[in-house]
Design a protein. Structure first.
Length: 241
C-alpha cells in the first residue's frame, strides 16, 4: 500500500483526481470503477474542472459503478446513477452508453448480479477502481463479515450503513434496505485501486485497514493483499498513521 497524506479534503480530492486523470491520459479508453458518497464529490469536481479547461478527454472512457440501491430507478434522486449523472456524467464528454451502474430495478438478484459481473468482464476489467471507506471498514456495500471470494451480489444493508445514509432520504422508511454491489473479489481484480479517506471519524478504521490483520470483519483490510493500492487521506484521517 502506498499512502499519500493530503493537507485537507480539497488537497485529497486534487491528489486523487491527479491519479485518475493520469490513467485517462495514459489510456484514453480506460475502464474506470467509480464510487458514490460524499467523499468522492471533490474528486469529481476537480476532474470536471480539468475537463472544462481542455486537459482531459473522457470520450473513450468506460465507467462501471460499485453499487446501486435495489428498487431505485436511474431518475430517482437518491439512486447512484442519478448521483453520478449529477456530479460527473452530465458535466464531461462521457458516452452515456458506456456508463454502467447495477440495475436496481431488476428484482431477480441472481440475474442482476450475473449480468453485471459479466459486463465488467466484457469491458475488459477495471483499470482503476476508486473506493471510499465506510466507518465500519466497508468498501462498496461489502459489510463486515462479507466473504472475500464474493463477486457482484445483493446485500442487506447494516444498521450503521443505514444510519450513515438516512440523511439523504425524507424518512428511514423510504430508504432501500438492500443493494447490489461489486463483491470484494471483483474489486480486487481491478488493476489499480485508489482509496480516498477524509475526516477524523475515519482515522481509527484507516489505521486498522493498513496495520491490522486481514479479516472479513474489516472488509477493506483485504486491500493489503493487492499489488497496486494507493490511499489518499487528509490530515484528519491520518492522525493515527
Amino acid at each position: 500500500m502506498r499512502v499519500i497524506k493530503a493537507a485537507d479534503y480539497k488537497d485529497m480530492s486534487r491528489k486523487a483526481a491527479n491519479i485518475i486523470s493520469a490513467q485517462v491520459i495514459m489510456k484514453p479508453n480506460a475502464v474506470l470503477g467509480l464510487a458514490t458518497g460524499s467523499t468522492p464529490i471533490g474528486t469529481y469536481e476537480q476532474l470536471v474542472e480539468w475537463y472544462k479547461k481542455g486537459d482531459l478527454d473522457f470520450s473513450q472512457v468506460t465507467t462501471v459503478n460499485l453499487d446501486e440501491y435495489i428498487g431505485l430507478s436511474h431518475d430517482h434522486e437518491q439512486s447512484y446513477y442519478y448521483f453520478m449523472n449529477k456530479h460527473l456524467y452530465s458535466k464531461v464528454n462521457l458516452d452515456l452508453s458506456r456508463c454502467y451502474v447495477p440495475n436496481g430495478l431488476e428484482m431477480n438478484a441472481s440475474k442482476a448480479c450475473t449480468e453485471y459481473e459479466q459486463l465488467v468482464k466484457r469491458v475488459g476489467g477495471v483499470d482503476l477502481q476508486l473506493l471510499g471507506l465506510g466507518h465500519n471498514g466497508h468498501i462498496g456495500f461489502n459489510e463486515p463479515g462479507s466473504a472475500f471470494e464474493m463477486t457482484t451480489h445483493a446485500v442487506t444493508l447494516t444498521s450503521s450503513t443505514l444510519d450513515a445514509n438516512k440523511r439523504f432520504f425524507e424518512s428511514v422508511d423510504e430508504m432501500p434496505k438492500a443493494a447490489y454491489t461489486m463483491g470484494i473479489k471483483t474489486i480486487m481484480q481491478a488493476k489499480k485501486i485508489v482509496l480516498i479517506v477524509s475526516s477524523a471519524d475515519k482515522a481509527e478504521i484507516l489505521k486498522r485497514i493498513i496495520e491490522g490483520p486481514v479479516i472479513p470483519e474489516v472488509p477493506a483490510s483485504i486491500l493489503q493483499l493487492h499489488n497496486d493500492v494507493t490511499i489518499v487521506a487528509d490530515a484528519a484521517a491520518c492522525k493515527y498513521i
